[in-house]
Structure formats: C-alpha cells, structure tokens
Design a protein around this ligand. Structure first.
Ligand SMILES: Cc1cc2nc3c(=O)[nH]c(=O)nc-3n(C[C@H](O)[C@H](O)[C@H](O)COP(=O)(O)OP(=O)(O)OC[C@H]3O[C@@H](n4cnc5c(N)ncnc54)[C@H](O)[C@@H]3O)c2cc1C
Length: 444
C-alpha cells in the first residue's frame, strides 16, 4: 500500500491498461484517485500474460484513432507503418517489461494517485443505486473499508460490478461459451539466418516463420504430443528482433469467475506451451533456442460483460457506427478465438475502418456512480472480441477516468449528468481522438 486514506474522489479497481489509463486521466484533472490491484504488481494482462501485438488503431487511411494515453504508452507504434499489414511493414509490438516500467513512471508522476497492490477488493457496500464503499483485503493485515464518490470497474471480468449487484452477461449467446484462454511464452537464442525469411520483424517475415513452425507443430499433433486444439502456430516478434512471443496455446472452458478453473487452465496452458516449445526446437533455426519465460498469468480473453445503458453490438462495430455520445473509438477487427479451440476468426471493421464507443456503454445500468473501465463494458460477445484489445481498452479507460473526474468536479449525483460533449472537450485537450460537438469545461 502507498497511502492510508480511506476516502478518495475516485476508486479504481484493477491496474491493467484500462485502470491505469483511467487513473492517469482522472488524476491529471486534479482529483484524488485510489488504484487497487490484487496482484503483487500492476500491469494486468498486457504485462503478466505478455500479449505483444499493438493492435490496429488506425482508420483506413492510416490516421490514428487512439491517440491520448495510448500514444504515451506505445509511441513506437505511431512511427512504424500505417497498419496496412504490407509484407515489408514492421510488426508493431512491445516488450512487456518496458510497458510495466512505463506504467510505473507515469503513475509515479501523479501525486494524486495512490496505488495499492497485493490488495483484493472482496466486498461492496451499496445504498439503493450507488456504491458507498468497498472492502479491500491486503495480502497481509486487516481488511480496509474505502469510500469514494465514483467507482470504476477495471477488473476486466466485471468483478466489482458483480459484487455491486449489477446485471451482466457471460459467454456467447447460443451456449454461454467464452473465447479460449492462452498461456503465452517467449523464446530466444534462435538463428534467423536459417529461416526462409530472416526479417522476422516484418509482417512478411513473421508470417513465413509461422508457416515454417506450423509444419513441426502439426507433426507434434499427429504424434499425439499435445492436447492443444489450435490448428496452427501464432507468434510475434519482440521489438528488438531477438525474441519471439508465442500466443499459440488454447485452453477451452475456463471460467474466469472461478479461481479453481483459472488455476486448472494455467496448468493445462503451461503444459501446452512446453510441448509447443519442444516442437519449435525441431526447426534447425531453433535448435539452440530456449524458453526465456512462460507468462506467469493465464491470459483470459473474455469474462463478464456488464450491462450498461447501451449494449454495443457486432453490427455497430462492423458498420462503423457513429454515436452522438461517443467517448472512444476502436479500429480493431472482430477477433474471436474459437471457444472450441479452432483458431481465431477475424472480421474487419467496415469503412472508414473504426467505430464509436458510446458513453452509455461505460455506465452500469441502474447504478449512478459505477463506470466501466476495462474490457467488461457493455457489449455483446462479438463486439467485445474487438474492443477488448489494448488500443480499445486504453481509450475506454481514459474516457471513464475523465468522466469520473468531471462528475466529481461538478458534484454530479449521477454519471449520466456529465455530458459526452464535455468529456470529449477534455479528452481532445489531452490529445485524444474524438468526433462530435464539444462543450467547454472550466475546472476551478
Ligand atoms: C492471450 C491473450 C493475447 C492477447 N493478445 C493481444 C494483443 O496481441 N494485443 C492487444 O492489444 N490485446 C491483446 N489481448 C487483449 C488485451 O491484452 C486485454 O483484453 C487487455 O489488456 C485487458 O485490459 P483490462 O484493463 O481490461 O484488464 P486486465 O489487464 O486484465 O486488468 C484487470 C486487473 O484487475 C485486477 N483485478 C481483478 N479483480 C480484482 C479485485 N477483486 N481486486 C483487485 N484487483 C482485481 C486483475 O488482477 C488485473 O490486474 C490479448 C489477451 C489475451 C488473454
């Protein structure tokens, strides 16, 4: 813990990309923020599950539609390529250790943010349609009760909202199944000169590498050497070109709301990872390669989707729908990792290549001071498969933190009393991409 106060203007639960962007946005508007994280270290999925790719954040013409804090986190991606996936274009990726350091530096620069790690939120006190306080259980010591004016659910799986009794959905409509979970891992020490295309930092090079490695992976499957249901190898280059991140294991039927199910998923995913690494080492370029690390946290793609004042749909995404109350935008395809394990299916966003995320999808239905600030915003299973990536979630977090700070500044009783035009005014001033009218805000 870094502070002992038990009242903050804004309380954010979950220190992944959504929670961190929200905390930064709110504190930069001079409101006091508590960021609570159950793990011993901040970073969430993007750090501890090591995901690598800086997913598409540009429209069809190459114009970035997630600037703002996303650009502070991943400046390198704004200078490489135009997201055309051309064979010669550099694959925009990041190193999870560097991202964690960036998060820490940005949070440290804000004196109004208190970060409590190794602290799990275990309970919520509500009064009719508002959260009054949360119970925070530290790894060691007594639980603490913390009050706030506005609360943000940045837990990815909607854990805070569920504790607050908010409505949610989970899984796809037909059978409740979720996208597969993955244990990623990194390999180093390979020899690119032994590859058909040694330029693995480009799209052409990494695609060629995947094909070469899939031959050995298929052989492993034919031998019965793995239960991994994926049909092929998916991997990405590290920015320095010396490491490869394998995002290529697939665990079905993980229930993210059950600790036992997540632990079992981690065991299965780790086994698949080590089996795949052995298959990769059959390629002459990888004969001397080593597994540098296996991600310490199971990568869970999907959990609860909290019902908000609007439910974003696949049609909204694919038809590049615009909303009057937009507060964020997303350009990433629908990307569903088959719940039965059959690989990923990508469907591109229609022209001009991005859609709006409305403020209403960030407000938990029937709750006045609960905002959604991670991949648990209000949307269908299909829509979620798009905005769940870090470009989408960083914009969602920045918008949620800004909305909460404006709500506190204006002493609003309800998040709905803050207009999207005001949120956009502030977001735009911070460099974020917005569309629609803006309404000037003076903070005194
Ligand atoms: C295997 C995999 C590969 C992916 N690949 C990519 C990719 O290449 N590019 C990309 O952009 N995106 C990718 N994604 C998606 C993306 O990484 C995540 O959707 C995104 O990082 C989620 O951010 P978040 O802030 O919503 O949640 P998280 O980063 O998961 O953060 C939620 C945090 O809340 C904490 N928390 C939960 N409950 C509590 C509680 N009760 N008390 C306190 N803390 C709590 C958790 O410990 C966690 O740190 C991938 C995801 C997976 C799983």
């Amino acid at each position: 813990m870094t502070a002992k106060e038990t009242k903050y203007d804004i309380v954010i639960v979950g220190a992944g990309v959504g929670g961190i962007c929200a905390a930064l946005a709110a504190a930069r508007l001079r409101r006091s923020v508590l960021l609570v994280e159950e793990m011993k270290e901040i970073g969430g999925t993007g750090v501890h599950s090591a995901v690598s790719l800086i997913c598409m954040f540009r429209d069809k013409n190459g114009r970035p539609i997630n600037n703002g804090i996303h650009r502070e986190l991943f400046p390198q991606a704004y200078t490489v390529g135009k997201g055309l996936f051309d064979v010669e274009e550099t694959v925009p990726t990041y190193d999870e250790k560097e991202l964690k350091e960036k998060y820490e530096a940005l949070l440290k620069a804000e004196p109004l943010i208190a970060v409590w790690t190794d602290c799990k939120v275990t309970g919520v006190v509500t009064e009719t349609d508002k959260i009054v306080s949360i119970t925070v259980a530290p790894g060691e010591g007594e639980p603490v009760s913390v009050n706030g004016d506005f609360f943000l659910d940045a837990t990815a799986d909607g854990n805070l909202s569920a504790m607050a009794g908010a409505e949610f959905q989970i899984g796809r409509e037909e059978d409740g199944k979720l996208q597969t979970a993955t244990v990623t891992f990194k390999m180093t020490g390979f020899d690119p000169s032994k590859l058909q295309n040694s330029r693995i930092a480009t799209w052409g090079g990494i695609r060629s590498l995947r094909q070469e490695l899939t031959v050995h992976y298929k052989q492993l499957k034919e031998e019965g050497g793995t239960r991994n249901p994926r049909p092929s190898v998916l991997c990405f280059p590290y920015p320095d070109g010396r490491g490869i991140l394998f995002n290529s294991t697939a665990v079905t039927d993980v229930d993210p709301t059950s600790a036992e199910s997540v632990a079992a998923g981690m065991r299965e995913g780790t086994e698949q990872a080590l089996q795949l690494a052995e298959a990769v080492k059959r390629h002459p370029a990888f004969a001397e390669a080593e597994v540098e690390f296996v991600a310490p946290k199971l990568g869970v793609r999907e959990g609860r989707r909290v019902i908000g004042d609007y439910v974003l749909t696949a049609d909204d995404c694919l038809n590049a729908r615009k909303f009057d109350d937009m507060v964020a935008a997303c350009a990433y395809s629908l990307d569903i990792h088959d719940p039965l394990g059959g690989g990923a299916k990508l469907v591109k966003i229609g022209d001009p290549g991005y859609y709006h995320i409305p403020y209403r999808a960030l407000i938990a239905k029937g709750r006045k001071n609960l905002l959604l600030s991670s991949r648990c915003i209000s949307g269908t299973h299909e829509a979620h498969s798009s905005y769940r990536v870090m470009s989408g979630v960083s914009a969602i977090g920045e918008a949620a933190g800004t909305a909460a700070a404006l709500a506190v500044w204006s002493k609003a009783n309800d998040a709905r009393d803050v207009s999207a035009a005001r949120i956009r005014y502030v977001l735009q001033a911070g460099g974020q991409f917005v569309e629609g009218d803006v309404e000037k805000v003076t903070l005194k």
